[in-house]
Design a protein around this ligand. Sequence first.
Ligand code: NAI
Length: 399
Amino acid sequence: MVIEPIIKGVVARSAHPYGCEASIQQQINFAKSAPQIKAGPKRVLILGASSGFGLAARIALTFGGSDADTIGVSFERGPSEKGVGTAGWYNNVFFEQEAEKAGRIAVNIVGDAFAQETRDQVIEAIETYFEGEVDLIIYSLATGIRPNPTTGEKWLSSIKPIGDSVTGATVLLENDEWIETTIEPATEQEIESTIKVMGGSDWESWVDTLINAESIADGCKTIAFSYIGSEANYPIYRDGTLGWAKVDLHQASHSLNLKLANFNGSAHATVCKALVTKASVFIPTFTPYIIALYKAMKEDGSHETCIEQMQRLFTDKLYNQNTIPVDAERLIRMDDWEMKPSIQQRVAELMTQMNATNFKEIGDYQGYKQEFMQLNGFDIKDVDYQQDIDLEALTALQP
Ligand code: NAI
């Protein structure tokens, strides 16, 4: 069978396995050719390892100079009668193959990171493969739902403004349609649930679990990813439910930092650049900002994708010197280039000009969409998309 891209709204309903393989290879090639990570960690646990920043961090740490072994947790689906499976499934499969070829350990645990069973599996894997300890824990989950660990009831996140409604445009990737929408402000309940799902409490509880299991190595660090943005998107991000959840995450980084100080380690929230990922396309009214940002940063020669952000994080910030460079709120700023005044000024100019008819010319919609397609294994150079794919052979590929 030939696998075609299927997009519904902003969600990809199909993925191309061999495109995902090629994308993993491209990211590995980048990590190998970039400035190398020095004195990096050797045993790394990544929660949310199959796509976006988590996957890029895994590739950078394995192939970008640190020669790390990794345990990656993710929630992905393999091929079945229902479909070909998710891109993240194939990313796990092909990453593991490449890591093993390079003599590195790569363990994939596919399951719900909120379930006790998954924690037990992780601790067992740390015992089996890492001599019982980890040097770095990366928390990179992005999800809309988390069970309450005491009652099992589900918390659902809502990406909404707080206080006032927000009106703006979202471009549907399915048909490239610019849709003006008004998002009503979140209720108290929605704010609270979003903080539970995307805030710092699960990160903290994971690290507590690892401390209790005596799985923390001397000098162990932990990071989780955050976003702040600029005035152009404060109403939907920083001042909305997601922004409040990120403040909670920043606070968790401080209490975790105290706990890890007992192991000569540290905890940091790391603010990344706005990028197209499976998760970020869900943020309503965010498209005009991100396509203006892509345009401005490409003009400036400073556009980075997830792999470039992660390689720079480990070489320039986290493992570069004795003290990790942070801002006044103890945040690591990987959004430093996005926040440059000249970039923000250009973004503002482009956003004022942009509308439903000209957004493809004014913003870098083409680049944005291409990155989205590539996340799912499509639109990648030198992949034969007409090839006949044997589903049975794919089923044999286990992460
Ligand atoms: P993504 O959607 O590409 O990756 C999310 C990962 O979490 C995947 O590996 C997925 O399998 C895993 N996951 C989700 N639910 C799970 C569950 N219940 N159990 C186990 N694994 C699960 O997302 P992305 O964008 O890389 O996001 C990671 C973090 O980076 C998030 O905290 C996000 O807020 C943050 N961030 C994202 C930015 C962006 O522009 N994409 C910018 C700055 C921060």
